[in-house]
Design a binder for this molecule. Structure first.
Ligand code: FAD
Length: 553
């Protein structure tokens, strides 16, 4: 351990991910505040991170990811699966599949209902958060009351659409679902093509959109390879942060005003607990002195469970072999010269939101059409690599809850993560119904003509029991951990934060990342995480009472 060195800033942001980058950039933009952002991971400048298909390599194994191995999941027969998280400036937004999704208005009205009635009237309803989504968004097609065209986050239609994706859309339509030209529009239900956080195939991450433009601004100091180990708390006030730099030297930086904790839903609770803020009994068991007993820290972990339906194609369809031989050369040239072609796509252009049980009820399943035989790295060896189509089905409003706990008091130990995916019987039943629906999609209409056979769940026995076995074997994360330090009302024992994202029982400390959400949104989580960054900055800057623009009310 090296010499302790003192530094002082107006704010310290811990973790330069989707939320942290937005919060830091917004704080800097206000007058002459000096902000330090500490990011444990690497720089976001690498071709693998920039081109959309890079995601498959990232998921398979890369230094840009931290792979959290779950504890053995007893309800899944003791299986351990991975939850990869970004280990790079931009966090998840630098490694993700770039699908641009906010969820639906009722997600935020639900938060508002939970949080309303106290906390000085901080609002979270749809019209309030829409103001932030629009401010962030630079959409290249959709310019209306629900979308922003001028924001720094570039949002685009897919640069390339594979035939398989078109057939998928036609087959789901043939099953009676409407075509949806904007999943972030007035209705979520239906089938269509996603929009992505990129432009001409180049990723638009929180790092590119928010931090890059400030790279020569002396008010923002970004330190990479800076791993925070603890928040310093003196007399009930967060005063600083202790971190280790790339060479292993320890430093303490001090903050005159709010410290913003944005290390993501798996590390934020760990850092709170290491700082003495968490469930007293658990902290005692790890030899940590409790400064504030906060039973909700690390509890209520929500993640979107994902299960694939996998088929083998009867011809050379989809993305298999697009990355090898002469095709790789052709696709690479097209991407480099024109910013178009298959390399502009992460491979999941088409998707759907449906409710397989009651078609008119709010969607319970989000689906992604992946034009390959797709399994993540835990299960890669299960099937032969060949031409095929997978449809991954994701439960958008799961009831199951998991936890994040400390393995030990060693700050460099990974936390114990137990997501409990599909533990709740209602979750399992809904997933089984979703699997049945999309298995049928694979075998019908335009898509069905190109499928040789479905290999998982293979059939012919599609009983609840067999389908649930399939789900237990293949369920994995959709990479959206959330709610491990959630906002909640005064009387809620497990509320870690108030509605202004302030940690209860200590001053000068806010949590600003997906840990903070009272419930997970129905859809991917990068846009909501960035919205939280924008909202948190407004709280700190005292701008949160700004009336939303008229079109959003
Ligand atoms: C593989 C993958 C695919 C995804 N696909 C999509 C998608 O297509 N669309 C979508 O909307 N969402 C997607 N997501 C989810 C989305 O990107 C995340 O929900 C979102 O980025 C979370 O933002 P956050 O700010 O809460 O945390 P993060 O973005 O994870 O930020 C946390 C940051 O803190 C840093 N950090 C951690 N520990 C420390 C420490 N001790 N000290 C300092 N820094 C630390 C991390 O390196 C990271 O940069 C995906 C995520 C992954 C991993």
């Amino acid at each position: 351990m090296g010499v302790m060195m003192a530094e002082e800033y107006d704010h310290i942001v811990i973790g330069g991910g989707s939320s942290g980058c937005v919060a830091a950039a917004r704080l800097v933009a206000d007058g002459d505040r000096r902000v330090l952002m500490l990011e444990a991971g690497y720089s976001h400048h690498h071709p693998l991170l920039n081109m959309p298909p890079g995601i498959f390599k990232l998921i398979a194994g890369s230094k840009y990811m931290t792979y959290h191995h779950t504890t053995p999941q007893q309800h899944l027969g003791g299986r351990v699966h991975d939850i990869p998280q970004g280990n790079v400036l931009g966090g998840g937004s630098s490694v993700n599949a770039q699908v641009y999704m906010r969820g639906r208005p009722s997600d935020y009205d639900e938060w508002d209902e939970i949080l309303r009635g106290e906390n000085d009237g901080a609002q979270w309803d749809w019209s309030t958060v829409l103001h932030h989504f629009k401010r962030i968004e630079g959409n290249n097609r959709l310019q209306n009351d629900l979308h922003g065209a001028e924001g720094p986050l570039l949002v685009s239609d897919p640069g390339h659409i594979d035939d398989v994706s078109r057939w998928f859309v036609q087959s789901v339509q043939a099953m009676g679902e409407p075509y949806n030209h904007d999943f972030n529009g007035s209705a979520q239900r239906g089938v269509g093509f996603y929009q992505f956080t990129n432009r001409s195939g180049k990723r638009s991450s929180a790092a590119y959109a928010y931090v890059e433009p400030l790279k020569n601004d002396p008010r923002l100091t970004v330190k990479l390879h800076a791993t925070v180990r603890r928040i310093e708390i003196t007399d009930g006030r967060a005063t600083g942060v202790t971190y280790k730099d790339a060479s292993g030297r320890e430093h303490t930086a001090f903050s005159r005003s709010d410290i913003v904790l944005s290390a993501g839903a798996l590390i934020t609770p760990k850092l709170l607990m290491l700082s003495g803020l968490g469930p007293a009994e658990h902290l005692t068991s790890r030899g940590i002195e409790t400064l504030v007993d906060l039973p909700g820290v690390g509890q209520n972990l929500i993640d979107h469970p994902e299960v694939p339906v996998i088929s083998v194609a009867n011809g050379p369809y989809g993305y298999y072999k697009q990355g090898v031989g002469w095709r790789m050369l052709k696709n690479g040239l097209q991407f480099k010269m024109f910013g178009s072609g298959p390399i502009t796509s992460a491979g999941l252009e088409a998707g759907a939101f449906i409710n397989p049980v009651d078609r008119d009820a709010p969607p319970s399943i989000q689906a992604f059409c992946v034009p390959i035989v797709y399994l993540d790295r835990d299960l890669q060896a299960v099937f032969d690599d060949t031409y095929g189509v997978s449809i991954t089905t994701v439960l958008v409003k799961p009831k199951s809850r998991g936890s994040v706990e400390l393995r030990s008091d060693d700050p460099y130990d990974m936390p114990l993560v137990s997501p409990n995916l599909l533990l709740d019987p209602d979750d399992m039943q809904m997933m089984v119904e979703g699997q049945r629906f999309f298995r049928e999609v694979l075998l019908s209409g335009q898509l069905g003509k190109r499928i040789e056979k479905v290999i998982a769940p293979a059939g012919p026995d599609l009983s609840d029991e067999v389908m649930a076995d399939h789900c237990r074997r293949f369920v994995k994360t959709n990479y959206h951990p959330a709610s491990t330090a959630r906002m909640g009302p005064d009387g809620d024992r497990e509320a870690v934060l108030d509605a202004r994202m302030r940690v209860r029982g200590v001053s000068n400390l806010r949590v600003c990342d997906m840990s903070a959400v009272p419930n997970i949104n129905a859809g991917n989580t990068n846009a909501p995480a960035m919205m939280l960054g924008d909202r948190c900055a407004d709280f700190i800057l005292g701008l949160d009472r700004v009336t939303p623009p008229p079109e959003a009310t």
